[in-house]
Design a protein around this ligand. Structure first.
Ligand code: UDP
Ligand code: MG
Length: 310
């Protein structure tokens, strides 16, 4: 008998805990035939609603349901990591509680992994139906930017919905970094991945936990975590401005020699000073971002703290 661990990060998902379980159980028959047993681990990311109580109810009813409850909200990335650490399965799948990752796809995903041909089966949504257009626009820009800058293959529309072999999970766990960006980590570890596509499913109950601002900061985290290209960009910008300054100095010397020194040029001076100081601050900001991440990394703080588990 083989074990499939289902990891479900939850943050204020009381309405979805039960629905998710019911939906997942529709695939039970298939897995029974394959001699695969379930282990369902809900990761409660410091929910303030009745999520924990809902999971407890499920646990009373089905002992294959487990809970890892954080001492506070640590973010979905911490939830993913905790889930992978607690999973005992030969296969592990990551799924959102809001049913945006359809469990109906699981049998197909499993058949790819079972053949031994692949180490992970990932999913991507082919459209962004139901999402605010401005959010989709920025998301697309982000993916094209990060793929130009980074070697890690980060697929547009990729979900965290992924079925992984034990080998794949262990390599993810070996990356113990504090600033986690799973979409990048999944791509970084490599192995053979099969991609499945599906049409976007809208969240049925509750609302998204990601505001535009939260997503924006997450995108910056992703860039900082997977490429140092912005640092090179800052250096190149610095060189360009030095070159520009040399040309301007020469031009001014020549102009002064030819035309004398008419005392004008304050407005242009102010413009140049503000432009250059802006660029300098921008570049210092880039360095600051990397420094702050390094600072958090060297502190070696735990990625999450568990309040309760069963
Ligand atoms: N989530 C979490 N911690 C957070 C935010 C979200 O564990 O701080 C979980 C959430 O409960 C859900 C999944 O991550 O199961 C995806 O979140 P959501 O559906 O809000 O994101 P979206 O699908 O809108 O990108
Ligand atoms: Mg969702």
């Amino acid at each position: 008998m083989r074990l499939l661990s289902v990891i479900v990060p939850c943050y204020n998902e009381e309405e979805n805990v039960r629905d998710f379980y019911d939906e997942l159980m529709k695939t039970e028959k298939f897995f029974c035939q394959k001699d695969v047993d379930f282990e369902i681990i809900y990761i409660d990311d410091g929910s303030k609603d009745g999520t924990v109580a809902e999971v407890r109810k499920l646990h009373e009813f089905d002992k294959r349901v487990h809970l890892v409850s954080f001492s506070r909200n640590f973010g979905k990335e911490a939830g993913i990591y905790a889930g992978l650490q607690h999973a005992k399965g030969d296969f592990v799948v990551m799924m959102d509680a809001d049913l945006q990752d359809p469990p109906a796809l699981l049998p197909e995903m499993y058949s790819y992994l079972e053949s031994g041909e692949y180490d992970s089966v990932a999913t991507r949504r082919v459209d962004r139906k139901g999402e605010p257009p401005i959010r989709s626009f920025f998301a697309r820009q982000f993916y094209s930017l990060i793929n130009k800058m980074s070697k890690a293959d980060i697929v547009d529309g990729a979900r965290d919905y992924r079925l992984m072999s034990r080998k794949f999970v262990d390599s993810i766990l070996s990356m113990g970094e504090y600033n986690r960006f799973s979409k990048g980590i999944f791509g970084w570890v490599g192995f053979r991945t099969k991609w499945l596509e599906f049409e976007n499913v809208e969240r049925k109950k509750g609302e998204t936990k990601w505001s535009f601002w939260k997503l924006f900061l997450y995108a910056i985290d992703g860039i900082i975590a997977f490429t140092t290209a912005p640092l090179a960009f800052a250096s190149i910008l610095g060189c360009l401005f030095c070159f520009l300054a040399c040309v301007l100095i020469l031009a001014i010397i020549v102009r002064t020699l030819v035309l004398g020194d008419p005392t004008s040029g304050w407005p242009s001076m102010v413009c140049i000073i503000s432009l250059i100081s802006g660029v300098q601050l921008f570049c210092m900001g880039i360095i600051g971002q990397y420094l702050s991440k390094t600072y958090l990394e060297v502190k070696r703080r735990p990625i999450y703290l568990v309040g309760e588990e069963f």
